[in-house]
Design a protein around this ligand. Sequence first.
Ligand code: ZN
Length: 149
Amino acid sequence: MSLRDLYQEQILDHNRNPRNYGSLEAPARRAEGFNPLCGDKVTITVRVNDGILEEIRFEGKGCAISTASASMMTQAVRGRQIMECEKLFRAFHEMVTGRECPVESERTLGALALFGGVREFPARVKCATLAWHTLQAALHENAAVVSTE
Ligand code: ZN
């Protein structure tokens, strides 16, 4: 697999036109993430109600992988129960760091399975997981600052 294969059309599209871009007004929960290895920065704001992630926005500046990953993540988790978001996070993390992706995870991940190729490029793994770690922080430690280092 070449690095070029990683940049599939859907990833490039999300990078050009990020979905759910922006930020939610207080009292939304918020966290900032930084990946010093690549220079990616992302801020996630979420509104949680009754165990459901009702609304999510992200903003930031980073490489195509980090932006596309954040954009696709917001689409994947929006409107879901927090428990399901956690499950997605674990499946995603397993996929990009593991040697192989269990079929079951691939089914859970849906469109996010596109990022599976990242595991072959260790330097890109942190780009792909930054938004997810930042979302975790926003859900569990409000106003947190996360660094992948
Ligand atoms: Zn990056």
